[in-house]
Design a protein around this ligand. Structure first.
Ligand SMILES: [Fe+2]
Length: 463
């Protein structure tokens, strides 16, 4: 409410051991009303990235900032502190931006939405080499031209993404609240390993520490003891950003019937994070509690032959799914909203892990809240693999009450982001989709809107 993290990177023309960087924060865009300024230093030790925490600011206020070094002044960034009062809160929710799948039009479009913050649920970068996971006909190729493993590799990949003009525009327009998902480390990461980490790529621990280090270097977020953390947006909402990869996650079960899936040792959040979450949900006094969740919480049947439930999502960790559900029910925690990334698909669920026994699809009774899954900024979904009419048919199949009675909307074809507008008595979710990934074009449209009234877990469709 009183501080922001401002970020830049200096690119010296030749290697230097240290650079002095001046920063300025102003109440107006022309820097006639500079309210704070100072100097800091950066060096190759942090890849010349600069991160400054500016404090003693007013809540719910827009500020402008810029940096200078080597007699060059940066572009101007705009940021906003969090509110402390009854103000309405508007968020853009994003995940899964893959540079080889297309232009980041969704980032450019959300820059113009006048939101308090962008909630980024991960897969901000991808670790693969060129043409492994992307649109091979699209001109942008990964830098460096191989899977990232070393410190320099991770830094080069972030640099490539951070030079994308649409992502630059987004960061310069609105504060980001990020969490890592798996691809910031490597595919399907957990504490002790990952699907996309092999023995000949060195120690996993070492790679994980490099990935964390570079994430913190290249993103304007605070370096806290735990990556999971909370933010209060006035009286409207509290945001709980969860770390579902590196805080407590054990390895994924191999299949739905794998006994490991049901073992007491199988954890998604880990005990410490789970206790932190439950305690803080219990004591929260805001109108809404929003969970920044990487992988789908609700039971979800994907409806494919050989792939019904995703063992990388909460469905693969039924003990934790049940533990959180029971804590919410036992403590009468209400007005809960999951926002979820990871799947490259837009979803709206009345959130439950048990849609067949304890949940009533007519009244929404039995749901513990609602869950909005956001589609990808660019990363491929069904449409990149199958004809549109086939995908639409599949969407209808899985949104059927026999398959997923609690699923009220699914879009596996489009790319975009989610706008969430929170008032004291209701929340509106607006699923926005971009027109194209193959040209730079910031046009978007609403694909579906829902309203949730305070005290209810019912999704009311509007569009
Ligand atoms: Fe992704």
């Amino acid at each position: 409410q009183n501080s922001v993290v401002i970020w830049t990177r200096v690119t010296p023309q030749y290697q230097v051991s240290e650079v002095t960087v001046k920063w300025e924060v102003s109440a107006d865009v022309n820097f006639n009303k500079i309210i704070q300024s100072g100097t800091t230093t950066t060096s190759p030790k942090r890849d010349y990235t600069v991160k400054e925490i500016v404090s003693s600011l007013k809540p719910n206020t827009i500020y402008y900032y810029r940096f200078s070094a080597f007699n060059v002044t940066s572009m101007t960034g705009k940021t906003k502190t969090l509110p402390t009062d009854d103000s309405q809160v508007k968020l853009a929710v994003a995940s899964c931006s893959n540079i080889e799948f297309g232009y980041f039009n969704a980032y450019a479009a959300m820059s113009d939405e006048n939101v308090n913050a962008v909630i980024h649920l991960g897969d901000y970068i991808y670790e693969y080499g060129p043409d492994v996971y992307g649109d091979k006909s699209f001109s942008r190729k990964n830098i460096p031209p191989h899977e990232i493993i070393t410190l320099q590799d991770y830094r080069d990949r972030y640099s490539q993404y951070r030079l994308d003009p649409d992502l630059i525009k987004a960061h310069a327009s609105v504060p980001f609240i990020n969490v890592w998902d798996d691809h910031e480390i490597t595919n399907n990461a957990y504490i002790d390993g990952a699907q996309n980490h092999q023995d000949d790529e060195g120690s996993y621990d070492n790679r994980k520490n490099i990935a964390k280090q570079v994430f913190y270097e290249w993103l304007p977020i605070r370096e806290t003891e735990h990556h999971y953390r909370k933010f209060r947006f006035g009286n409207a909402m509290e945001l709980f950003m969860l770390d579902e990869r590196l805080a407590g996650r054990t390895a994924q079960a191999d299949s739905i019937t794998d006994p490991r899936r049901f073992s007491n040792e199988q954890k998604l959040l880990g005990d410490q994070q789970m206790e932190w979450l439950i305690d803080n949900l219990k004591s929260s006094t805001t109108s809404w509690k929003v969970l920044g969740n990487q992988v789908i919480f609700s039971y979800s049947d994907w409806g494919y032959e050989g792939f019904s439930q995703n063992m990388d999502a909460w469905d693969g960790y039924p003990n934790d799914q049940k533990r959180l559900t029971e804590a919410i029910q036992k403590n009468n925690i209400d007005n809960l909203i999951f926002v979820t990334g990871d799947t490259h698909t837009a979803w709206a669920f009345e959130a439950t892990s048990d849609p067949f026994e304890t949940y009533n699809p007519k009244t929404s009774e039995g749901a513990i809240g609602v869950e909005f899954g956001v589609t990808s900024i660019t990363s491929g979904n069904s449409n990149e693999r199958h004809p549109t009419d086939v995908v639409k048919k599949h969407e209808m199949k899985i949104a059927n009450s026999d398959v997923n009675p609690h699923l009220k909307y699914v879009n596996m074809r489009d790319h975009g982001y989610l706008i969430l507008t929170l008032d004291s008595d209701k929340v509106e979710a607006d699923f926005k989709i971009v027109t194209t990934l193959k040209e730079r074009d910031t046009s978007v449209k609403s694909d579906k809107k829902f309203v949730v009234k305070k005290g209810s877990t019912k999704l009311i469709g509007k569009l």
